[in-house]
Design a protein around this ligand. Sequence first.
Ligand code: CTP
Ligand code: MG
Length: 215
Amino acid sequence: KRTAALIPAAGSGTRLGLGPKAFVEVRGKSLLARSVAALAPYVNEVIVALPEGLELPPGLPARAVVGGDTRQESVRRLLEATDADTVLVHDAARPFLPEHVLLALLEAVPETGAATVALPVADTLVRQSAAGDWGELTPREGLWAVQTPQGFDRAALLDAHRQAARDGFAATDDAGLLARLGVRVRLVPGDARLFKVTTPGDLALAQALARTLDE
Ligand code: CTP
Ligand code: MG
């Protein structure tokens, strides 16, 4: 059985404001290079979706496809670029992937053909009122914040993507597309280090973390 890592990296990084985010470096190594390096030893191939006109930096053990206008479209193109049995979809923007989390995910995927890394919510959750103040309290028990990587049976995920495109259904991740069709998605406990680098504050956090994690 073959497994491919699919890395959507075609975003423009608007909120970070430093150009295409996957190419932004943290202590001399790009977010993309860090994500590729974390996955490559565990899969048969790595495929990256890049913004049109940009090329894969030399030396990365991966090949590239042109991404789409949305993450969902980028992942669909990645899925069409492989015939692997299993795929792991992982945001380039999550550069710190602990090995134990990846191994737990790989173990969970065969259970139902769909699994995601996620983190139990630790903060108090409240919906804002119409005035923008404290509105309705939402018990956090049983709530998870969804991260990546996510693992799937490739054919099932591709089918879910095609159905979503047909229905005009948009989701910010891939597990949501399968859950929508009634597929059971396994939740695998993630890690705070898997946070997504989205804002300048996140980049500062990534730099601090890299100082302690890099050798
Ligand atoms: N992504 C992608 N194709 C797109 C949009 C996003 O492959 N058309 C990827 C990003 O490169 C990133 C992941 O999806 O690795 C998560 O997206 P996000 O954090 O939103 O990154 P950006 O879209 O680049 O950032 P922003 O929304 O601030 O512009
Ligand atoms: Mg985005």
